[in-house]
Design a binder for this molecule. Structure first.
Ligand code: PRP
Length: 178
């Protein structure tokens, strides 16, 4: 990685241990119920693949791709669907899987959108939550790590589409994005 990274915030081992704990909690919570995991492309690919493989509970997996209107690095809260679910979620238990909740605006919109389709339940699982998301009234049932408001990359999180494939979460050196 050269000097692009500043420091490692969460190691690969910490991530593995945490998604095992989260999967055990999900297994317990959904015992005897159907479960549909909905991954939000593209960042959630890693966490979806890892948590799904740790689950003992049978589940289905589907994907959505959404995009905030407007350019820039901050969510506008107005979202458009680039790829919708292939699954009819009426009566289903939906668990949205995200890599990061930053402002929380994408998730608030997504939860509202999915709830309007008549599911039995909609819950959220994210590997990383940033502090701003705590101000919004969204109930996140499964949180991997609460991290400070720094420019983080790795484990699905990108900067200009790079660094998603890092197996750990780290901060980017300021000279990369300034
Ligand atoms: C990221 C992340 C969430 C959203 C969170 O997606 O996967 O969907 O931002 O931001 P918010 O809480 O401020 O709304 P991004 O739009 O970067 O796309 P990506 O998953 O393809 O990286």
């Amino acid at each position: 990685m050269g000097d692009a990274l500043e420091k490692v915030l969460v190691t690969e081992e910490q991530i593995k241990a945490r998604h095992r704990e989260m999967a055990a909690q999900i297994d317990a919570d959904y015992a005897g119920k159907d479960l549909l995991l909905v991954g939000v492309l593209r960042g959630a690919v890693m966490v979806m693949a890892d948590i799904a493989r740790e689950l003992h509970h049978p589940c289905e997996m589907d994907w959505m791709a959404v995009s905030s209107y407007g350019a820039g690095t901050v969510s506008s809260g107005v979202v458009r669907i680039l790829k919708d679910l292939d699954t009819d979620i009426q009566g289903r238990n939906v668990l949205i899987v995200e890599d990061v909740i930053d402002s929380g605006l994408t998730l608030s919109w997504l939860v509202g959108n999915l709830k309007s389709r008549g599911p039995a339940s909609v819950e959220i699982c994210t590997m990383v939550r940033k502090p701003l998301a705590l101000d919004l009234d969204i109930d996140v049932k499964y949180v991997g790590f609460d991290l400070p408001n720094e420019f983080i990359v790795g484990y699905g999180l990108d900067y200009a589409e790079k660094y998603r494939n890092l197996p750990f979460i780290g901060t980017l050196a300021p000279h990369v994005y300034q």
